[in-house]
Design a protein around this ligand. Structure first.
Ligand SMILES: Nc1ncnc2c1ncn2[C@@H]1O[C@H](COP(=O)(O)OP(=O)(O)O)[C@@H](O)[C@H]1O
Ligand SMILES: [Mg+2]
Length: 212
């Protein structure tokens, strides 16, 4: 089983969007997939509740209080972390993960929370020793905007890399409402939107091995 933790201490940066997109991408690839929701707001579980039966299914795990085991034969587990948690909880979630994905918006506030999170995560041995890799995902990017350029500069000063760039698109809140992701959309429009996630998926699948 490959476990992907989606985490940042900043609310609204796209954790649930990233977690639901990775989970549905894995399910579309034919992998038995579970989505663990650690957030008391239950956004990922709510998304699963509204998910139509006609699209590849993802099973839900309520991790708001504790970490229940994924169903047997689960091949991909995606963890949607809450914004705020005790350091011990973060440690537990990192211990459970193979890959850590950190979404952030092109904003100074997200840069600050991301820098803090990276500093915390790097105090943990498996991360320091390179056994668990952390990749950043720039979310809601507007091409050629000053904010997007600033984000690249910010990440350039870090050891971690931007392993994905997701554009700002009105379709994201729309599909979220229906329990869907861009992986569930038919046709050419969906295919362009899906392409934006391929680098993040590749990073997860290779556990960051082929970076650089
Ligand atoms: N790339 C994007 N383009 C447009 N809207 C987005 C994008 N990513 C996230 N959103 C919207 O931003 C809001 C917050 O995203 P969400 O994934 O819930 O963040 P978090 O889980 O980190 O709090 C949601 O309404 C979501 O639909
Ligand atoms: Mg969320």
């Amino acid at each position: 089983m490959l476990t992907v933790l989606v985490v940042n201490t900043k609310g609204g940066c796209g954790k649930t969007t990233t977690a639901t997109h990775l989970a549905s991408a894995f399910a579309h690839a034919g992998l038995t997939t579970a989505l663990a929701d650690c957030d008391r707001q239950r956004s990922s579980l709510g998304w699963l509740d509204t998910r139509p039966r006609t699209v590849p299914q993802v099973s839900g795990l309520d991790w708001a209080k504790s970490e229940a085991a994924a169903p047997k034969r689960t091949q991909r587990l995606v963890i949607d972390a809450p914004a705020a948690m005790r350091f011990g909880r973060l440690e537990d979630l990192i211990r459970a993960a193979d890959v850590i994905v950190v979404p952030l918006l092109p904003s100074v506030f997200d840069e600050q929370s991301t820098a803090k999170l990276i500093a915390k995560v790097e105090t943990l041995k498996p991360v320091r020793r390179g056994k668990k890799v952390l990749g950043l995902v720039g979310n809601r990017l507007r091409p050629r905007s000053r904010a997007a350029a600033r984000l690249e500069t910010f990440v350039g000063g870090l050891e971690q890399e931007l392993v994905g760039r997701i554009p700002d698109r009105a379709i994201y809140p729309d599909v979220a409402l229906e329990g869907l992701s861009v992986f569930d959309l038919p046709g050419a429009k969906g295919s362009q939107l899906r392409a934006d996630w391929l680098d993040v998926i590749r990073f997860c699948e290779t556990r960051g091995e082929t970076r650089g």
